[in-house]
Design a protein around this ligand. Sequence first.
Ligand SMILES: [Zn+2]
Length: 316
Amino acid sequence: MLYLKTFIEAGYVKSKDIAYECKPGFLKESYIQEIVSEKFPEVSENKILHAVRNVLETLPDEYKVLVEANVHVSKTPVLNPMIKDGVQICSLPSTTSFFYQMLVSKLSREPKSVSRWRLMYADFDLRKVQKIMNFPFLQSDCREIAFKFFHRIIFTKERLFKCRITKDSLCPICSTLPESLNHLILECTMLTRFNDFVKNFLHNILYKSSDSYINDLSFEFMCIFGLTKQNKYINYYFVNSVLAIRRFCIVKRRNIAMLENKIIDIEQYFKSTLVKNVNYAYEHYKRNNALQLFEKYYSENNPVLIIRDNQIQIDF
Ligand SMILES: [Zn+2]
């Protein structure tokens, strides 16, 4: 029986729930950490991993030998899924992880957009991008836009024109070039000034990390997917909030231009949305006695965020 409250509440009750880790390929420690983190986001990932390793360290060698010997699967029914006309055409290892992976591969397939993104960006990491897209602290509108972007299902003018819904494919903001996905989020000439402002703002948040870390980052990649590389000197969550809100404001401005024929000031819109979002989060976590989560997602390692008289100010 485990004596770790966080683990027990996250569903890991006995040491055997974790111990199968010592059988390679069964349940990786990062999966255990993800499940515990989902229930207790305030507990640091390293602390959880450390606890898992501690449990594994305490396992007697005899137990490890027992697990390696496949004794733990001896009670499961014998499955022969590859038998055809009474002939076994392939012998399968009877591990739970093998059957689980087989089931997942049968029931799911990679989104079509993934191969496109991989062609365009060599360092595209599906797992990391999906994690960023679904951060629980992001407002739902931002998550929705990130989802549509990731799956390349935003109805840009280029796409609407192909479907013969609009008379031309021109960007509704600059009216000079076709509105593709990259044009909408990054390349429009009417975004140049705003992009410079965001770059400068990000630099003010990231400056405490090393030069090599900052130089490795691609502004283009971050604008599309978010920041995937973590670093202990920066608030990785806040940077991703900023990037998600940037994406949200751009798409919203474009929709307003399309539907109401008005072009709003993107920089002002971004600033007010970010301030509103951070203040809302502060009130939310305060009311739920979870200010440690506000610290984790917003204020920790964040030189641009100032809390004064219970109000949040952002130094743009
Ligand atoms: Zn444009």
